[in-house]
Design a protein around this ligand. Structure first.
Ligand SMILES: NC(=O)C1=CN([C@@H]2O[C@H](COP(=O)(O)OP(=O)(O)OC[C@H]3O[C@@H](n4cnc5c(N)ncnc54)[C@H](OP(=O)(O)O)[C@@H]3O)[C@@H](O)[C@H]2O)C=CC1
Ligand SMILES: N[C@@H](CC=O)C(=O)O
Length: 421
């Protein structure tokens, strides 16, 4: 493929699909053309000529003149069919569908190997931030110790708007939807599932760990309590939805998505609105910070554009870290985390699940909380985690190996001042 012969079969003409049309119009140097667009809804008015659109997926998949399929639909099952069929037919694929990727990554990697056809997905993790290719290429030989970040734009937009503009969760979510940041099913955003899907991709490219979303604990921002927000405010901490994957001293990796309290001097405390921020921690480069728009039409399409350009120079993911990764695994049972749990009179967390309880607070008017250290696996399996009125937020310490508790106790000193009623 050369710079002059990208002929795109585009699936989806929603937020990102239309964004791609816009960025292609403004990037004449690439000379990539959209040949046909597959959509679903026959009643919708389109901004482009009707003859470009089809409702028959085979009209794109069978068209030999289309050499790249760009998959930008919001239906993960249909996307899986489109992507696998396109690869089998020798068409390079670019997708932004992190749900589909996270649910099928092992077979998609194998299919690329069998067919020799590339599948690129920079837009699927952190939208405009160039994280996948950097993890794959720049950190090729470096020893990555951790990736940690805000990797969902909608929830960061919601948390920013609730805190800065004092609007309700529902109002902030509906604004995120109107701006094209949220998933068609916004539960994926607010329940932390979209961030977890992206973390699956980051784990593969950062650590060579191919895992499934279900293996990773994800707690969203849909159950945040007023008491947790008050706690954050009174301690001067920011509340962010953070995905973290960290190598433990034994070489294994702990990963989770959790609402997290962040100290004001932390890079992620400054990430506002729909922006994403990702910190890499590695042996040679130490700490690096990526910041950029994590959702929205044109920023997301810019990552798709970058993948299209990469195809013209024969780029494909080699999944280098998978071959480098000999025997490390996700081991939540070997990790622990410090949390704040707020609760009501009706349901309480099981204190015996905790390795240590640091502080408890009880108020007839404001509710109750405890802070403590708990095993990551214990937390993931705790029945009380799902009970109404229970809210879990990570304290400002990293995930760590269970034996490393003393270190965290030291780091927590100062964040444990008495919470005044
Ligand atoms: N919005 C964002 O900021 C980002 C989104 N993404 C991902 O990009 C993808 C697209 O998201 P977004 O553009 O926001 O979604 P939208 O809801 O705006 O658009 C979805 C598009 O998919 C089409 N579609 C749905 N089902 C089918 C089907 N069975 N066959 C053909 N077309 C279909 C719809 O068709 P019709 O027009 O007929 O309704 C619509 O054009 C998703 O996977 C999302 O997770 C990734 C990063 C950022
Ligand atoms: N809904 C997603 C869109 C980008 O991936 C988000 O808000 O991050």
């Amino acid at each position: 493929m050369t710079r002059s012969d990208i002929r795109i079969g585009l699936f989806g003409f929603g937020v990102v699909g239309q964004g791609l049309h816009t960025v292609l119009e403004r990037t004449p140097g690439l000379r990539a053309r959209i040949g046909r667009i597959g959509v679903k809804d026959r009643t919708k008015q389109r901004s482009l000529p009707a003859e470009l659109f089809t409702f028959d997926r085979n009209a794109l998949l069978d068209d030999a003149s289309l050499n790249v399929i760009v998959e930008l639909i919001d239906d993960a099952d249909e996307a899986y069919y489109i992507v696998t069929e396109a690869l089998r037919r020798g068409k390079a694929v670019v997708t932004a569908n992190k749900k589909m990727l996270a649910e099928h990554l092992p077979e998609l990697i194998e299919l690329q190997r069998q067919t020799g056809t590339p599948l690129l997905y920079e837009a699927a993790a952190c939208a405009s931030l160039p994280v996948i290719r950097n993890l794959e290429e720049y950190y090729d030989t470096d020893l990555l110790e951790a990736v940690e970040g805000i990797i969902n734009g909608s929830t960061n937009y919601i948390l920013t708007a609730m805190h800065r503009d004092a609007i309700s969760f529902a109002e902030a979510l509906s604004k995120a939807q109107a701006l094209g940041f949220a998933e068609s099913n916004p539960a994926l955003d607010v329940e932390g599932l979209d961030a977890r899907n992206k973390l699956v991709l980051l784990l593969t490219h950062a650590f060579g760990l191919v895992t499934s979303p279900q293996e990773i604990l994800a707690v969203g921002i849909d159950r945040l309590s007023n008491l947790a927000s008050d706690y954050a405010r009174e301690k001067g901490l920011a509340l962010k939805l953070i995905a973290e994957a960290r190598r433990l001293p034994d070489g294994n990796v702990a990963a989770a998505v959790l609402p997290t309290l962040v100290r004001p001097e932390h890079e992620l405390a400054r990430v506002q609105d729909e922006y994403n921020g990702l910190i890499t921690q590695s042996g040679f480069t130490d700490r690096q910070f990526f910041l950029g728009r994590g959702a929205g039409a044109v920023p997301t399409a810019s990552a798709v554009l970058s993948d299209l350009s990469a195809l013209t120079y024969g780029y494909r993911y080699e999944y280098k870290k998978i071959s480098q990764n000999t025997d490390s695994a996700l081991t939540p049972e070997a990790a622990e985390v410090d949390v704040l749990v707020t609760f009501t009179d009706e349901y309480a967390p099981q204190e015996t699940d905790f390795t240590r309880v640091h502080e408890t607070f009880h108020s007839a008017t404001r509710g109750h909380y405890l802070t403590g250290t708990i095993g990551l696996a214990q937390l993931a399996q705790a029945e009380w985690l799902q009970l109404p009125g229970i809210c879990v937020v990570r304290l400002p310490t990293p995930l760590r190996a269970a034996a490393n508790a003393q270190l965290a106790d030291t780091q927590l000193a100062g964040a444990e001042a008495v919470f005044a009623e």
